[in-house]
Design a protein around this ligand. Sequence first.
Ligand code: MG
Length: 310
Amino acid sequence: MLSESFEVIDPRFTSLVFENVHVEKLWTGARWTEGPAYVAAAKHLLFSDIPNDRVMRYDEVSGTVSVFETPCGFQNGRTVDPQGRVVACEHGGRRVSRREHDGTVTVLASSYNGKKLNSPNDVVVRSDGSIWFTDPTYGIDSDYEGHMATSEIGGSNVYRIDPESREIAAVATDFAKPNGLAFSLDEKQLYISDTGLSHDPDGPHHIRVFDIAASGRELSNGRVFATCDAGVFDGFRLDCLGNIWASAGDGVHCFAPDGTLLGKIKIPEAVANVDFGGINRNRIFITATQSLYSVYVRVNGARNLARRVG
Ligand code: MG
């Protein structure tokens, strides 16, 4: 008998979770949590409280949450790159930046074709060093999660930063509101969510998957991978078996690589993002509206190719 924290939709889900493990509520007190990123070397999880313009830090050793940085440029999504550096999306600065090991900040992208980015939302780094990010308008739609402004680009695109030339290229331009993104285990495919439902009752609320060209520079063959039955998929991550754990309005939805919905982790607040953490990467951290939750699972989070072969 599984704990009430889980809903099994496909029997395969029972091999991924523990019968007697429950979701833990670690902290509350934010306005909108996002951007969880587990920094293994520091044994802490960084996450955003976007409307309050602060980065929070969950110390896994002491179990305490404190303010890591404020103001922070209304940071949203973030990731840890293969070198262990934190790469973050900033609504306020309308840029993607990287915190170097010495504490300095490097701006990786702030414009495209001479026009300011909208408000970068989420980011992933491929093992070849390329950085891929989404750029919807949530941070410029109002002054709540950034600074209200008109889009200079006039669209919400997905971009790739070249690791050598640092050139920024648009790799997908047919999204309403591109949001979370993650690579397949072999990094030959890229999953990207579209949260266009937030601006249009008939808008998209799905994850699409694309093939990455052998050059590593272009996407093709985009098709819908899964459609959300409770709100939208915002951020999501893969486990080491290739299953996708996606944020949704009623919790975290787990999909098999073939797109079958296996089950849900039930959370009493709308979920914006997740990350696998803990030293063994078997603890899912969940940012959900005002709070931070976690749950241990049987499966470990994916590591990108650079870390798996290194
Ligand atoms: Mg997002």
